[in-house]
Design a protein around this ligand. Structure first.
Ligand code: HEM
Ligand SMILES: *[C@@H]1O[C@H](CO)[C@@H](O)[C@H](O)[C@H]1NC(C)=O
Ligand SMILES: *[C@@H]1O[C@H](CO)[C@@H](O)[C@H](O)[C@H]1NC(C)=O
Ligand SMILES: *[C@@H]1O[C@H](CO)[C@@H](O)[C@H](O)[C@H]1NC(C)=O
Length: 325
C-alpha cells in the first residue's frame, strides 16, 4: 500500500468512526426518496383528528416515550413477540393505546407512496411536528434519517419520568439524555393539549404526599372542579384536560396556568412552585412570550429527536411498525 493510500484509508477509518458516533440526521433526508412524506402524514392526521381531537397530543407523547427509552428508534411501537418484551406494557402507557392504529394508518399511507423507505421512528417525529402545527403551534425543521430498532426495552419504559417524581428527579432524568432545564420546561409545554386520567393527579386533590390534605400548590377553585371530575373512590380513568383554559390549542396558557397554581400534574406545577428552582424564570419567560416558547419548543424537539438515533446501516426500516422485519 502506498503511503498516500494508507493515509487515505486511515482518514477514511477515522471519518467512518466519527460519522458513526455523530451520525447526523437531516431535514432533507427523504427529499429524493420520499419527497411527499410530510403531506401524506398530514393527510392521515387531518382525517384522524376528525374522530379524535386528542390524536396529535397522543402522537407527540408517543414520540417522547420513544426517544426517552434507548433513543428515537420506534421501539415504543413494537408488540410482544419472541424476544420482544413490549414497552406498551410498561406502567406509563396510559392513553397511548389509541395512537397505535393511527401510526399504522400513517405507515400504510407512506408505504403506498414510497415502500420500504421511511422509518417508523421518523414517522413519529414528522407526526409530532404536524400535530403541533395543526393545534396552532409553530413548525420546526424536523430532522430525519432515523432507523428502527429490532429490540424493545420495557424496563426502560417503566422508568420514564412520572408525574410525582419531583423536580430534582425530572431534571436528572432529562439531563441523562442530554436535555437541560430549558428543554424540560419547553417540552413540558406539550401539556398545553391532551388529557390525563384522575390516577395521574388525584392524590393532589385529597391526600397529597400522605398529609391528608390537598396539594398547597393547587388553586382551591381549580381543585374543587377537579374533585367533581375525580370524586374520591370514583373512576380513576376519568379524564381532565391538561390545560384547563384552551384544552386543544397549542399556546402559552400552560405556563400562565402554572403561574396561577393551575398546573394539572404535580410535575407541571413543580416547575413553577419549587422554591428557588431555575425553572421558575423559564416558565415566566414562556408565559410572557409566545414566540420565545415556540422557538424554544422547536429547538428542544429537535434536541429530543436527536437522542441516540439509529442511522446508516444500523437497525432497519420496519415494514410494519408493530413488528421487526
Ligand atoms: C416532564 C416529564 C413528564 C411527565 C412526568 C409527564 C407525565 C404525563 C402524564 C402522567 C400524562 C397523562 C397520562 C394519563 O393520565 O393518561 C401525560 C400526558 C401527556 N404528555 Fe407528558 N409527561 C412529561 C413530559 C412530556 C413531554 C416531554 C411531552 C412531549 C414533548 C409530553 C406530552 C404529553 C401529552 C401531549 C400528553 C397528553 C396525551 C393525551 O392526551 O393522551 N409529556 N404526561
Ligand atoms: C402528496 O400527498 C398529498 C396527500 O396525500 C396529495 O394530496 C398530493 O397530491 C401528493 N403530491 C404529490 C406530488 O404526489
Ligand atoms: C399498560 O401496562 C399495564 C401493566 O403495567 C398492562 O396491564 C396494560 O394492559 C397496559 N395497557 C395497554 C393499553 O397496553
Ligand atoms: C427520585 O429518585 C430517587 C433515586 O432514583 C428515588 O429513590 C426517589 O424515590 C425518587 N423520588 C420520587 C419522589 O420519586
Amino acid at each position: 500500500m502506498s503511503s498516500f493510500s494508507l493515509k487515505l484509508s486511515i482518514m477514511f477509518a477515522i471519518f467512518s468512526l466519527f460519522s458513526r458516533s455523530n451520525a447526523q440526521l437531516s431535514a432533507t433526508f427523504y427529499d429524493s426518496t420520499c419527497p411527499n412524506v410530510s403531506a401524506v402524514v398530514r393527510g392521515v392526521l387531518e382525517q384522524a383528528a376528525q374522530n379524535d381531537v386528542r390524536i396529535g397530543a397522543r402522537l407527540i407523547r408517543l414520540h417522547y416515550h420513544d426517544c426517552f427509552v434507548d433513543g428515537c428508534d420506534g421501539s415504543v411501537l413494537l408488540d410482544n413477540a419472541d424476544g420482544i418484551d413490549s414497552e406498551k406494557d410498561a406502567a406509563p402507557n396510559e392513553s397511548l393505546v389509541d395512537a397505535f392504529p393511527v401510526v399504522d394508518d400513517i405507515k400504510t399511507a407512506v408505504e403506498n407512496v414510497c415502500p420500504g423507505v421511511v422509518s417508523c421512528a421518523d414517522i413519529l417525529a414528522i407526526a409530532s411536528q404536524i400535530s403541533v402545527s395543526l393545534a396552532g403551534g409553530q413548525a420546526w425543521e424536523v430532522q430525519l434519517g432515523r432507523r428502527d430498532s429490532r429490540t424493545a426495552n420495557k424496563a426502560g419504559a417503566s422508568s420514564l419520568p412520572g408525574p410525582r417524581e419531583g423536580l430534582a428527579n425530572l431534571t436528572s432524568k432529562f439531563s441523562d439524555v442530554g436535555l437541560d432545564a430549558t428543554d424540560l420546561v419547553a417540552l413540558s409545554g406539550a401539556h398545553t393539549f391532551g388529557q390525563a386520567q384522575c390516577k395521574s393527579f388525584s392524590d393532589r386533590l385529597y391526600d397529597f404526599q400522605s398529609t391528608g390534605n390537598p396539594d398547597p400548590n393547587l388553586d382551591a377553585t381549580y381543585s374543587e372542579t377537579l374533585r367533581q371530575t375525580c370524586p374520591q373512590g370514583g373512576d380513576e380513568n376519568a379524564l381532565a384536560n391538561l390545560d384547563l383554559v384552551t384544552a386543544n390549542d397549542f399556546d402559552t396558557s400552560y405556563f400562565t396556568n402554572l403561574q396561577n397554581k393551575k398546573g394539572l400534574l404535580q410535575s407541571d406545577q413543580d416547575l413553577f412552585s419549587t422554591t428557588g428552582a431555575d425553572t421558575i424564570d423559564i416558565v415566566n419567560r414562556f408565559a410572557n412570550s409566545q414566540s420565545e416558547f415556540f422557538d424554544s419548543f422547536g429547538q428542544s424537539m429537535i434536541k429530543m429527536g436527536n437522542i441516540s438515533p439509529l442511522t446508516g446501516s444500523s437497525g432497519e426500516i420496519r415494514l410494519d411498525c408493530k413488528r421487526v422485519n
